[in-house]
Ligand binder design. Structure first.
Ligand SMILES: Cc1cc2nc3c(=O)[nH]c(=O)nc-3n(C[C@H](O)[C@H](O)[C@H](O)COP(=O)(O)OP(=O)(O)OC[C@H]3O[C@@H](n4cnc5c(N)ncnc54)[C@H](O)[C@@H]3O)c2cc1C
Length: 481
């Protein structure tokens, strides 16, 4: 092979592909738009303080992913206890929920109301179940819906629960942490352990970015190249495949491309351009965005948890991380701590467009209002905006994806991998697995269907299509980078 395999994006998926390719002696060039590696799973470093964009637990059911983590970081991988709570209605509930704790915090009046509303829903379920709200009310009662489901779900997705599809609830609530936990708390434990209730997790000593930095270094040591600040803006197609990729004004000839770029971005960068229906599908795939405000605090962490879910609708923050609890090495100065406030938003909306200082003020003020830290303890604040944090599954996304896949089938040496690469709402381990299968296809002539890879089992079961939470994604989600 004379021309290299070009990998687009240096997040978990891209770097896993590059690492495996380089380890097997294949010439590889990674093109990354950012100045750091790790993508959404990177670790930011500001004044020596390290923080994730949203706390990144390392857990996987895949033995081969676990082995790769060990191979890359060895003893640098810590095993951390999880401690998390829900801040709800001015109180803290243990999370995973414990029935006695919930009963005590709800109080006898609220508990009686919740049970009565649950029994009423069981006795008289409503016929129509088109929305998330109807689905949850039918199974848990309106009171529990109002108490535990509405506020957080609306913060995450940015639309009223009455606009979220019932099918999404049906699919996610079986595994969704809060909902399952709420049901367990009230009705007793039935069935197995839920993914997000896992009591401990692995975590690189210096944050998740350490994993991807080590992989990038290994790629370079094996003779590959990781080019930062190299935004890909063209894929030149010729002879039935990608002939070259352009980044930073330079064209790089390639034998094949492993791409973790959003699948729509790739279609729009291709020349000759795909047909209008493919471009329309590319434009139509949408994302929910996200931002983190990291606050450096004088004094010890204001709470012991690794993170706290914030249900209270009076504040906009959705989750708060305590980075010292993730790893003691995240905070460089003794006598200080660092918390990360996570806000779900759309690019261009009011939150996203606020100035950094205003966001730091907002976060400090909300920390104070929640009783989770005195704003006067804030020594510094850092803002990181994360475009395309969550692929949106709206009513039309599956059809759009099918159209894009139809086009990708005509470009056999271009393989999409990863989260936005496949428009799949999934974790790093899944992103890595798709890259592993893609490399086997390229080097071993294997015929894995990368789109069918699933982190829970090797492949999706037949008919296991993921359901969309949105009926129609809000127009704001159309904003382009
Ligand atoms: C808030 C939050 C919390 C999460 N928590 C966890 C967790 O606890 N555990 C877990 O396992 N996973 C977690 N995830 C998911 C995890 O972040 C993703 O699964 C993972 O980062 C996806 O890896 P990827 O390589 O596919 O994509 P990305 O991480 O998105 O990487 C893609 C890379 O491509 C680059 N790129 C984009 N466009 C271009 C271009 N035109 N040219 C060149 N480069 C480009 C980007 O800069 C980026 O570096 C979380 C995600 C979020 C949003």
């Amino acid at each position: 092979m004379s021309d290299p395999i070009v990998v687009l994006g240096a997040g978990p998926a891209g770097l896993t592909a590059a690492y495996l390719l380089a380890r097997r002696g294949a010439p590889v060039v990674v093109l990354e738009a950012d100045e750091v590696v790790g993508g959404i799973a990177r670790t930011e470093v500001r004044d020596g303080y390290r923080f994730d964009l949203g706390g990144h637990r390392f857990f996987t059911k895949s033995a081969e992913v676990g082995r790769l983590w060990d191979e890359v970081l060895g003893e640098e991988m810590l095993l951390r206890p999880r401690r998390s709570r829900i801040r709800w209605n001015g109180r803290f509930l243990d999370y995973p929920l414990r029935p006695a704790d919930v009963a005590r915090k709800l109080g006898p009046v609220e508990l009686t109301r919740a049970v009565a509303s649950y029994l009423a829903a069981q006795a008289r379920p409503r016929g129509r179940e088109e929305t998330f709200e109807q689905w949850v009310c039918n199974r848990f009662g309106r009171r529990l819906f109002e108490l535990f489901f509405r506020a957080y779900t609306e913060k995450v997705w940015g639309v009223p629960c009455a606009e979220i599809r019932a099918e999404w609830a049906a699919q996610r609530i079986r595994g969704l942490s809060l909902a399952t936990a709420a049901r367990h708390a009230l009705l007793g434990e039935r069935g197995g352990q839920v993914k997000s209730l896992i009591g401990e997790f692995r975590y690189p000593r210096l944050g998740p970015g350490q994993m991807w930095e080590a992989m990038a270094a290994a790629v370079a040591a094996a003779g590959g190249e990781v080019r930062l600040g190299a935004r890909v803006d063209r894929l030149r197609l010729a002879g039935g495949g990608v002939a070259a990729v352009r980044a930073g004004g330079e064209e790089i000839a390639c034998a094949a491309v492993v791409s973790s770029l959003p699948v729509g971005t790739v279609a729009r960068a291709a020349r000759p351009a795909p047909g209008p229906e493919v471009l329309a599908a590319a434009r139509g795939l949408r994302h929910r965005d996200f931002l983190t405000v990291a606050l450096v605090l004088d004094g010890p962490p204001p709470f012991p948890d690794t993170w706290i879910y914030i249900h209270d609708p009076q504040v906009r923050v959705g989750r708060i991380q305590n980075f010292l609890a993730w790893s003691p090495w995240m905070v460089p100065e003794p006598g200080r701590s660092c918390v990360g406030l996570e806000y779900f938003c759309f690019r261009g909306d009011e939150l996203w467009s606020m100035g950094d200082e205003d966001l730091v003020d907002l976060a400090a003020g909300e920390l104070g209002r929640l009783g989770l830290g005195d704003p006067r303890r804030v020594a510094a604040g850092h803002v990181v905006r994360v475009p395309r944090a969550y692929p949106i599954y709206d009513a039309g996304y599956a059809e759009r994806l099918a159209t894009l896949r139809g086009w990708l089938d005509t470009v056999p040496n271009l393989v999409q991998v990863g989260r936005n690469g496949l428009h799949r709402y999934n974790n790093s381990d899944h992103s890595m697995l798709t890259a592993m299968r893609a490399v086997e296809n390229l080097l071993d002539g294997a015929a894995h269907d990368v789109w069918a890879v699933n982190a829970d089992s090797a492949y999706h079961e037949e008919g296991g299509r993921e359901e969309p939470p949105y009926r129609d994604a809000p127009a704001a989600a159309l904003a382009e980078a």
